[in-house]
Write a protein that binds this ligand. Structure first.
Ligand code: FES
Ligand code: FES
Length: 108
């Protein structure tokens, strides 16, 4: 009988994986500050085109927006690159020259 009782209680309680996934979820709430993705720039060769730089720091496709900013109050910054060149994208999201790194990350 006690074994049955324990089994039924387990049915009423959320599983460990459910609890862990709830803890890992990051609800998109308004943010006053962007997330710091990393404290150094993302340097890459870029081709001419239009890019959408992630300003919130939550994108999983850094340095570009993947839509994760929804609900945070942040919007991606549109950047037109006119010629192929090496770009140092700000990844700390605190640059004074967004979307480009200006060294601000060193003081964070
Ligand atoms: Fe960061 Fe869109 S995901 S601005
Ligand atoms: Fe943000 Fe350098 S990475 S200022």
């Amino acid at each position: 009988m006690p074994i049955r009782l324990v089994a039924r209680l387990e049915l009423l309680l959320p599983s460990q994986s459910l609890i862990q996934s709830a803890l890992n979820e990051q609800p998109n709430l308004p943010m006053s500050e962007p997330n710091i993705f990393q404290k150094f720039p993302i340097v890459q060769m870029v081709e001419p085109g239009v890019y959408w730089w992630c300003a919130c720091g939550r994108s999983k496709s850094q340095p570009f927006c993947d839509g994760s900013h929804k609900g945070t109050g942040f919007e991606p910054k549109e950047v037109a690159i006119t010629e192929a060149k090496t770009v140092a994208w700000c990844a700390c999201k605190h640059s004074g020259s967004m979307p480009f790194c200006d060294g601000t990350h060193s003081g964070l």
